[in-house]
Design a protein around this ligand. Structure first.
Ligand code: ADE
Length: 308
């Protein structure tokens, strides 16, 4: 058979634990696009319960993808199957892998990514009389809300670390905001495994997430859970600044030297000292001196309990 069959480009073994009949999925708008992949919103029938409809997100490769792109998507799905479920990660719901394009079905987060969510809420921090109409509908985020966001991300990372998963691109843009402001870590399945340390993953724009990288990742391309802890510190700073750009005046070339000299970002406006101290611990040049995610969870839990 010489005819190219676009719907049977690849064949995958059937995994009946996860396989969902294709006709139960109605694809909708595109939520996001990368160089090789696309995420589409969809309605899934009967995947939660009989006769029930659920809004989901569906990951797929775009036209013009390479075999390597497809391999990445398959790997991401397999990693998600192995890692298992947690409230604070984007969970796998199922897949369509037979008789057509590969669809990886994951939880949909209605409020989008945390960076844009925080930026949209930054205006709400203004006094009432300075805010304009459409900002008034949004929930005003308190310091306690912000700390709760950080706590939830730390819980998700504690779980991923316990499953030996290194994220390598932990940043507010890779955290999604679900119903009831539940934080969910996304794209963790793209992470390489612990052995594979010389692979240098670029983000969806093909750019390295320099400003979130630990010194040892910048210098030696070395990643482990401790370098994720450094990135968590930058993410904590993003939360406390409502999505500001880290180190705006430092270039990518300057960053390593800047950090080596001991420079760090200042305490954000209104950020409490205990939260700032936590960031600074995450930004210890010595990776072994950084707190573990379990310690970060404990610490944030205490701070949360003592915050009005
Ligand atoms: N954009 C990319 N993935 C998404 C998801 N799971 N939910 C909402 N928006 C997304």
């Amino acid at each position: 058979n010489s005819d190219p069959a676009p719907f049977n480009e690849y064949e995958f073994p059937l995994d009946s634990t996860w396989e969902i009949p294709r006709h139960q999925l109605v694809l909708g708008d595109t939520l996001g696009e990368g160089a090789f992949g696309r995420v589409v919103m969809a309605e899934a029938l009967g995947i939660e319960g009989h006769g029930k409809s659920t809004i989901v997100a569906v990951k797929m490769v775009k036209e013009g993808h390479t075999d390597a792109d497809m391999a990445c998507l398959v790997r991401e799905m397999e990693v998600m199957k192995m890692i298992g479920k947690h409230k604070n990660i984007i969970n796998l719901l199922g897949c369509c892998s037979q008789d057509g394009p590969l669809y990886v079905i994951v939880e949909y987060a209605p409020y989008g990514n945390l960076k844009d969510f925080l930026k949209a809420n930054k205006m709400c921090q203004l006094p009432d009389d300075l805010r304009c109409g459409d900002e008034k509908d949004q929930k005003v985020l308190t310091q306690k809300d912000l700390i709760s966001f950080a706590y939830q991300v730390a819980r998700g990372m504690e779980y991923l670390a316990s499953r030996r998963c290194i994220h390598r691109d932990l940043a507010a843009r890779n955290v999604l905001v679900s119903d009831d402001y539940v934080m969910k870590i996304a794209d963790f399945g793209l992470a390489r495994d612990i052995q594979d340390t010389d692979y240098y993953r670029k983000n969806t724009n093909g750019r390295l997430p320099i400003k979130w990288m630990a010194p040892e990742s910048l210098q030696d391309k070395f990643y482990d859970t401790k370098s994720d802890v450094w990135s968590f510190g930058v993410l904590l700073w993003e939360i406390m600044t409502f999505g500001d750009q880290p180190y705006p005046k430092v270039t990518a070339e300057e960053l390593y030297g800047y950090l080596l000299e001991g420079n760090r970002m200042e305490k954000p406006y209104r950020c409490s000292l205990n939260i700032y101290l936590l960031m600074r611990q995450c930004w210890n040049f010595d990776a072994d001196a950084r707190p573990r995610f379990s310690e970060i969870v404990e610490n944030l839990d205490k701070i949360l309990t003592s915050t009005a």
